[in-house]
Ligand binder design. Sequence first.
Ligand code: FPP
Length: 249
Amino acid sequence: MIAKAARTEARPDSPGNIGVPRHVAIIMDGNGRWAKARGLPRVAGHRQGAESVRKVIRAAGEAGIECLTLYAFSSENWRRPETEINDLMGLLRFYLGSELDALHREGIRLRIIGDLSAFKPDIAQMVERAVARTAENTRMTLVIALNYGSRNEIVQAARTLAGRVASGEIAPDVIDEAAVNAALDTSDLPPLDLVIRTSGERRLSNFLLWQAAYAELLFVDTLWPDFDGNALRAALVDFAGRERRFGGL
Ligand code: FPP
């Protein structure tokens, strides 16, 4: 079991209080370029990327982060060649099979955001079983975004709320930010404090658009397969040096 760092008294989601972010999300980008630079097939980059996932989960737990969200497969990733999609699915299967015991032992609760229904039934079942098995763990929540797209998540939330209005359950004017928040996939997660994107790209790419409204953004040039515990710790130092005002002065 990894020792959990004492959490600072300061709540990073309050203005002016900087400490360990409660919720960090990562866009893990650059696997393909990492492989290409070595003359390797893209899948080798994804495999090495899965090693980074392992290292970063461990470092996040040690740092006392409450929730780590990883963008593993976007709703746009279906546009990739079938062979690469198959490779990514194979890796996900392998990762869940080999890492679940360790995650559970470390007290990590697994959550998924995104639409699992598009995945092959064996993967969807494996994921659901892993989520159920780790549901009571409290040390850290690991959220894996699978077939996730932020705009679609917001559309689904609008549909849910519209349905509640249409059935007479709620009046339109009770729909406020909290109501929208509660209808999103992330409703039970802490507010998002920090989004990291690797590989030099400076975009959110349809990831947690609503949730990132007041998050700090950090773009690093490191390719995801080279990102490790030290890189995460450097990101946390960067975060701790920022002043968050949430629109105030
Ligand atoms: C982006 O790199 C990465 C992905 C689309 C997939 C991320 C998947 C992993 C890190 C491996 C498995 C994850 C888990 C949770 C087991 P890219 O392919 O877009 O790289 P490029 O921009 O250099 O081509």
